[in-house]
Design a protein around this ligand. Structure first.
Ligand SMILES: Cc1cc2ncn([C@H]3O[C@H](COP(=O)(O)O)[C@@H](O)[C@H]3O)c2cc1C
Ligand SMILES: O=C(O)c1cccnc1
Length: 333
């Protein structure tokens, strides 16, 4: 594992991340052209299979060991009344994850994924970012390193999910700082109009109190520990050439901080789904990602990404399992 103790060390680690195996990608494209179907008939599944083959360095891969990671953190900005739920729900939901009772438990099991839950100092919320940085550089780097090392080296696909009351405010503040413009705040767990106005005020105060604009600076200033850990897991997966499926609004904001450092850092990532949180589509568009699913989910936990594992599995089942025209004795036109 590389040194990740400060932003400079993380930037060096990001610059050293590997790219895909282009020969495996080329062999996968050649195989795709011989499969028993009209050219292009499997639509985006064909592109997904070839992309995955390149990252895994295997022209005929399958997904056998997906890993769902769920990171939990508490946010000082929750004190601003920006969530419809109290901050205790974060730790209560962690207990629910451990007992198998949350939505993500069901979807991870259905996808045949192992699921690992990481609590990040829940008894020590981040500072309220309306008054200054949520985390010091050292705190953000520690959370980032936790995410990086949480990735199982033998996993063949990673989903990074989160739990943290008030983290849609944090995610919207990150988007505002990195992408600019307005109206990044949505209703999260379901705040009313007054709650939404409080979110917008908290974001404006957070930007005024935190002038830094590089991806990692924004991550520390406006993020939470679970968001930093998700960013670390996305990068750590790439170190093992493990593709990543991004989840919703919060997971995408974590990825956005890496994108702001260098857009190519997300080449091994797919957008699993389009969240019902209004500004998610603009965030994905900025990163050049087209979501696999659009089901009106607004849960987080990694739920939409875990569901999207099935789509990628479908792409690989066809790509790696189908017969070629020659094998099946089918005329190729
Ligand atoms: C019971 C419950 C389970 C959840 N699972 C994910 N979230 C989601 O809601 C939170 C973000 O919304 P906000 O910014 O409005 O607080 C995050 O914890 C996110 O994971 C949940 C929220 C609740 C209440
Ligand atoms: O898209 C998400 O991840 C999301 C949206 C609302 C609330 N919690 C999570």
């Amino acid at each position: 594992m590389p040194e990740l103790h400060d932003f400079a060390a993380i930037r060096t680690a990001l610059a050293d991340l590997p790219g895909p195996d282009t020969a495996a990608g080329r062999d996968a494209a050649a195989r795709n052209g011989q499969l028993t179907k009209p050219p292009g008939a499997l639509g985006r599944l064909e592109e997904l299979a070839q992309w995955y083959a390149g990252w895994r360095g295997d022209p005929r891969p399958e997904i056998a060991a997906p890993q769902v990671l769920v990171f939990a953190g508490n946010h000082g900005v929750a004190a601003q009344g920006v969530s419809a739920f109290p901050a205790e729900v974060t730790i209560q939901m962690v207990a629910n994850f451990r007992a198998g009772g949350a939505a993500i438990n069901q979807l991870a099991r259905l996808a045949g994924a192992r699921m690992d839950v990481h609590e990040l100092e829940l008894d020590r919320p981040t500072a309220d970012f309306t008054r200054g940085p949520a985390m010091t550089e050292a705190e953000a780097c520690l959370a980032f390193a936790t995410g990086w090392t949480a990735v199982a080296p033998d996993a063949d696909l990673v989903v990074a999910g989160e739990m943290g009351i008030a983290n849609t405010t944090s995610a919207a503040a990150i988007a505002t700082a990195i992408l600019g413009g307005e109206n990044w705040a949505g209703r999260g767990t379901g705040v009313d109009d007054v709650g939404l106005a409080r979110k917008e005020a908290a974001i404006a105060a957070g930007l005024a109190a935190n002038p830094g604009r590089t991806g990692l600076e924004v991550l520390a200033a406006l993020g939470g520990r679970e968001i930093a850990a998700m960013a670390g897991a996305v990068a750590g997966a790439r170190a093992h050439r493990i593709p990543v499926i991004l989840d919703g609004f919060i997971g995408s904001a974590a990825a956005l901080t890496l994108w702001a450092e260098s857009p190519a850092t997300l080449d091994h990532c797919l957008a699993g789904h389009l969240s019902a949180e209004g500004a998610h589509d603009r965030m994905l568009a900025a990163m050049g990602k087209t979501p696999l699913l659009s089901l009106g989910l607004r849960l987080g936990e990694g739920s939409g990404a875990a569901l999207a594992i099935q789509v990628l599995k479908g792409a690989l089942a066809c790509h790696s399992g189908m017969a070629t025209f020659a094998e099946a004795g089918v005329s190729d036109g």
